[in-house]
Design a protein around this ligand. Sequence first.
Ligand code: MG
Length: 370
Amino acid sequence: MSRIERISIFQKTLPLRKSYRLSGGRLLFEQLDSTFVKIETNDGIIGWAEGCPWGHTYLPAHGAGIRAAAELLAPALIGMDPRCVEHINERMDVTLPGHLYAKSPFDIACWDIFGKAAGLSIADLLGGCYDQPTPIASSISTGSPEQMLALIREYRDHGYYVHSVKIGADTELDMQRIQYLETHRQEGELIWYDVNRSWQPAEAVKVMNSVRDLPLIFEQPCETLEQCAWVRQRTTHVLSIDERLETMQDMQRIVHERIAEIVNLKISRVGGLTRARKLRDMGLSAGIKFVVMDTGGSVIADSATQHFAQSIPASARMATWLCQDMLSIDTAAGLGSRNNNGSTTIPTGAIGLGVTPDENILGKPVAVYA
Ligand code: MG
C-alpha cells in the first residue's frame, strides 16, 4: 500500500524574456509566480508538479493562493494512497471547495506517482499515448500590426506555424490587425485570434462580420458564455471557448447550446488531470476539438500538459503552448517536453511525468507537511 508521507512546497519566480500584453493591451505581465509540489510516499516514490497562474489579473488565480491552499490541502492528503486520484480529489474538495487551480499541482503530482508505481507514462494512464506530436502555438502579445507580425516572424524562426494572436479592446485597430496579419499569413500557417473576453457582444459581431469572407477562428470574444452564445448565432466564424471553460457544467452548456467548435482547455484552470479527462471525454463525444495548455509555468507544467494532449486523438487535437519558450530561466536543464521545430510531445521514455525540476534552482522548500 502506497501512502503519502511528506509534501514539500517550493516557490520560484519565473521572469518573462519580454514583457507581454493581452486582452487588448489592458493586462501587462513581466514575471510569473510559480509553485512546485513534491510528494513523497512511504515506499520511496516521488511525484512532482507545478502550478503557475498567468499573473494575478488573467484569471481568478494567483501564485500565493496555491501556497495558502496548500496549508489546508497538504495535511489532508498525508496518509492517502496517491494512486487513487479520484479519492485524492474528493478529499481536496471536502477540505476546500472550489479553488480548482490550487488543487491542480497536487492532483498532477499524484498522477506522476501513479505512473511511476505502474511503470507507465501519464499519457498511457489517461487512456493511451497517441504518440503524434502536437503543434505548438505561439502567443503573440497585443501591439501594432507591424509589431505583431515581427513577433510572428521571430516564432517562425523557431519552427512555429501556429499562432495565437492577442487582440481586443480597440475594434478599428483589431480589424486592421486581422487584415494585415491575414495578408502576411504563410501557406500552411494557422492563426487564431484570441480576444481574451475584451469585446462587448456587439463589437464582436461587428469585427467578425467585417472579415466574414476569411476562414478565421476567434477565441473567447466576450466575457461570459451567454455573450459568446449570442455572438455564435450572429457570425459564421469558428469559435473557441477558453477562460470560461472551468467545470463540467460549462462543457455541458458549450456542447448543448453549440456555443463553440473548439475549447482551449487549461489543465490548472479545470483543477488538474483527473477533472480534465472528464471534460475531454464529454467534448470528444460531441465532436469538439481541443487546444490543450496550462495557464503558465516552466517545463514541468508544460510536460504534464503534453501527457494530457497525447491522450487526445490527433484529429481532435489542434495545438498546445509551451510557456517555457517565453521564460528566461529553465527549471529542468533542457529535459522534459521541448519545442522540436514547432511541435512537441511527452518526454522521451517517460514513466510518470518523465521530468523533475532541479532542486538547486528551486531552492529550499517554503513549507513541508509530514
Ligand atoms: Mg486564450
